[in-house]
Design a protein around this ligand. Structure first.
Ligand code: SF4
Ligand code: SF4
Length: 422
């Protein structure tokens, strides 16, 4: 059905521009009230969530055709989901789904960007969005971890592309594995057999490549009797938990972000943080763990005849409030010595780190501009470090800080938690 299935949603957009801002009732400061990096950077309505809805509707009516400017608008968007959450504060309509479909249409029509085509070519050749560097399972050398395909484990640690291959971020995979070992969890990894979750392919509009990855992962999981996937990669969490469910591929697989699992292990008495990690921190909610990590809601029904907006049964909209927000905060607060101060835009209204939607690849300057705004916001809290729960966020924050003049440090929660149980 593609973009057509969202024609009603797109036609419903009243160009009110609420998708550019934190809803008035939820604004907590004058300085950081915007939510959409794209409209904030390019300052023209087409670059907002609503603008993209208007573009999709106009394409279906054959009123506009592809131009360089149109592609610039479509791809200079982090696919962060903030527009949908702000719109749905007051409105019942799909915003992100038509935006995904617009990209899927661009791919089908061959109107993509060379940089993103190259990324997908790399995925097809190597099974990874991030360029490989050695063997995928090299990060695990010396840890004596079980092989999820041979050792009959119910829990699999899924590492993800960037953590597997980025030499700096491999320490996150090791820290995560050590935490699970310390808790006595019987888990395994896919190691060299692990492949991309496909989340980035989906964000870029390459639906078939996403589905290819999803099927490979679910085949592996089902073949090896894995019941639970744990990951510290927020994008992969969203793929396994939300997107695989959306496409009815997930079955009964349980998907946990590492912070959800650590919190559970603390509650069960299997992990006891005891070492002091004296640090004033602020927490950045990754989009794919927060608002985009909200469970998928299946709906089947019909429009009430004669009414544009009423459905039978009533449609449930994903408004972002059911994302993973408490678990990372609970884990941070469990670490002795850590003092958490919140930023102005948090949870479903968090500002994106900038790396999503392929923007880090196609327009790195815009990606870093977006990250810099988050770093500026973090600095206003007085914290010495931004803590996040996704390797993509950490990578872009570090790069932006290295290229700029901030003294802010960046950590993943698993790094601080591992220090507290060492
Ligand atoms: S997408 Fe929603 S919030 Fe944005 S302009 Fe349209 S109706 Fe308003
Ligand atoms: S997904 Fe994010 S960057 Fe794209 S239009 Fe929506 S709020 Fe803006």
């Amino acid at each position: 059905m593609g973009l057509e299935q969202y024609q009603g949603d797109m036609n419903m957009c009243c160009r009110c521009s609420a998708c550019k801002w934190v809803p008035m009732q939820r604004v907590s400061g004058y300085q950081f009230a915007n939510v959409c990096p794209s409209i904030s950077r390019f300052n023209f309505h087409s670059y907002s969530g609503g603008g993209r809805m208007n573009i999709g509707a106009a394409m279906l009516r054959n009123e506009i055709s592809y131009t360089d400017r149109l592609q610039h608008i479509v791809y200079n968007c982090q696919m962060c989901g903030a527009c949908g959450v702000s719109c749905n504060y007051a409105m019942d309509m799909n915003v992100m789904e038509p935006i995904y479909e617009l990209r899927i249409k661009c791919v089908k029509d061959g109107k993509t960007l060379p940089a993103l085509d190259q990324t997908i070519e790399g995925l097809r050749k190597t099974g990874s969005i991030f360029p490989p560097n050695g063997k995928r399972g090299d990060w695990a050398q010396g840890l004596d971890l079980k092989d999820a395909a041979k050792d009959k484990v119910a829990v699999m640690l899924y590492v993800g592309d960037v953590t597997s291959y980025d030499p700096y971020l491999q320490k996150l995979a090791r820290a995560t594995a050590k935490i699970l070992q310390k808790a006595g969890v019987d888990f395994g990894i896919a190691g060299n057999a692990e492949v991309s979750s496909g989340d980035r392919a989906y964000q870029l509009g390459y639906e078939e490549d996403f589905l290819n990855q999803a099927r490979k992962n679910m085949d592996y999981i089902n073949r090896n009797g894995i019941k639970t996937v744990v990951t510290a990669d927020a994008e992969s969490y969203q793929a396994f938990k939300v997107l695989y469910d959306k496409y009815k591929l997930r079955g009964s697989l349980q998907v946990l972000h590492i912070t959800e699992y650590i919190r559970q292990l603390i509650q069960e008495g299997k992990l006891k943080p005891k070492n002091n990690v004296d640090m004033n921190v602020t927490y950045h909610d990754p989009c794919h763990l927060g608002r985009l990590g909200e469970p998928w809601v299946h709906w089947e029904g019909k429009k009430v005849p004669g009414d544009r907006f009423v459905f039978d049964p009533p449609k449930q909209y994903r408004r972002g409030s059911n994302g993973v927000y408490d678990a990372p905060r609970d884990v941070l607060n469990s670490i002795p010595g850590v003092k958490l101060t919140e930023m102005q835009r948090i949870k479903e209204y968090a500002w994106c780190c900038g790396s999503g939607g392929g923007v880090g690849r196609s327009n790195p300057e815009f990606a870093q501009w977006t990250a810099q705004e988050r770093i500026d916001e973090a600095e206003t809290t007085g914290a010495e470090a931004i803590v996040t729960a996704c390797p993509w966020c950490q990578k872009l924050f570090n790069k932006t800080i290295d290229d700029g003049n901030s003294r802010m440090k960046v950590f993943d929660i698993v790094e601080l938690f591992e220090q507290s149980i060492e």
